[in-house]
Design a protein around this ligand. Structure first.
Ligand SMILES: Cc1ncc(COP(=O)(O)O)c(C=O)c1O
Length: 344
């Protein structure tokens, strides 16, 4: 069976975790601080705060930007519910916008139409590892939270995603680019935003009371995050190699393969093709021992029963994510392409 995603762990990862276990100091400590420094330095941002998940990172990022009841937060519809949850956690109003038909990222033009006096922030996920139209979005003058849960290591005009907005978030969930089981980070050049996030992630031993959270990352997870970060460039190289094989082999086979606008470096967190009937396609692939998935389980406007969002609906109706991960072999990739050719 070829799974849809696969965690890649080696001896170094296991040794890192074992060292933490042997030290007896499991809670957020040295490993978490050094993960913060290492990710911030890799991405090219001054400060980072480690937290327990990407969702926790989004939640704190919204609070740090002062988003609350009465504020609107613009998010794409074609994304997982983590974004919607985070906006609801702070009692703000989510404003969903459609995506770009070529990059599947939030559409800058649609954002512009959705901006109102109440807009407090725009959350911009770089979907599937391809940077969004971040320069156009930044030029709209609203604080941007870059959501890099799927884009660690992707670059926009030479700069890493996560270094472009006012604040950015990362996820260390098991199947993400950097795996720690669970975990997240908030990055920003603004020391005040970061100090606030640092304060809010831990509730204990504070002089004054305000609502705070237990959003700490354990050193067990941080050790894994650190050793994974060292391998990120090689992970990306392997993903790009497989994507190259798919690009060549599937160009005339499926309706659409990913296209990458100039100046953007895709890391292929997901390789999304479009087919006429995803349900039938995924069933046939499963029969051949290959697991494919819808890249987004259900768009947010469908959960909320909102009309519109034609591009999201169309991409959701045809999009399929095929297996791509650093340990996928060329033999696996050939088997996947052969299977696709017999089905399409
Ligand atoms: C774009 C995006 N943002 C945020 C998240 C939430 O991250 P986590 O699962 O670490 O809470 C995810 C997770 O799938 C995601 O894909």
């Amino acid at each position: 069976m070829i799974t849809h995603s696969k965690i890649v762990l080696d001896e170094e990862d296991i040794d890192g975790v074992t060292d933490v276990l042997s030290s007896g100091l499991l809670v957020q400590g040295k490993a978490a601080s050094s993960l913060e420094e290492e990710l911030a330095s890799f991405i090219g941002v001054r400060h980072a705060v480690a937290v327990s998940s990407g969702t926790a990172a989004l939640h704190l990022a919204l609070i740090c930007l002062g988003i609350g009841h009465g504020s609107e937060v613009i998010i794409p519809s074609y994304v997982c519910t983590a974004l919607l949850n985070a906006v609801h956690y702070v009692r703000a109003t989510p404003v969903l916008v459609d995506i770009d038909p070529y990059t599947y990222n939030i559409s800058a033009g649609q954002i512009e139409k959705a901006i109102s006096k109440k807009t407090g922030a725009i959350v911009v996920p770089h979907m599937f590892g391809l940077p969004a139209d971040i320069d156009e979005i930044l030029s709209l003058g609203v604080p941007v939270i870059e959501d890099c849960a799927q884009s660690a290591g992707a670059r926009f005009r030479g700069q890493y995603t996560g270094s472009l907005g006012r604040i950015s978030i990362f996820s260390l969930y098991a199947t993400k680019m950097l795996c720690a089981g669970e975990g997240g980070l908030i990055l920003s050049d603004d020391p005040d935003l970061i100090a606030r996030a640092r304060d809010l992630r831990d509730y204990d031993e504070k002089e004054t009371y305000t609502i705070r959270y237990n959003y700490k990352l354990t050193d067990i997870q941080a050790a894994l995050g650190k050793s994974q970060l060292k391998k990120l460039p090689s992970f990306i190289e392997k993903r790009r190699k497989i994507a190259g094989l798919y690009n060549d082999g599937l160009e005339h086979v499926v309706s659409r393969i990913p296209s990458v606008p100039e100046g953007r470096e895709h890391i292929y967190y997901r390789y999304v093709i479009t087919v006429d009937d995803p349900t039938r396609f995924m069933g046939k692939m499963q029969e051949k021992g290959i697991v494919c998935r819808r890249p987004i389980f259900k768009p947010l406007h469908r959960y909320l029963n909102l009309p519109g969002y034609a591009v999201t609906d169309q991409v959701w109706s045809n999009g399929v994510s095929i297996p791509i991960y650093p340990s996928l072999t060329e033999i696996d990739a050939d088997r996947i392409m052969d299977a696709i050719k017999t089905i399409s």
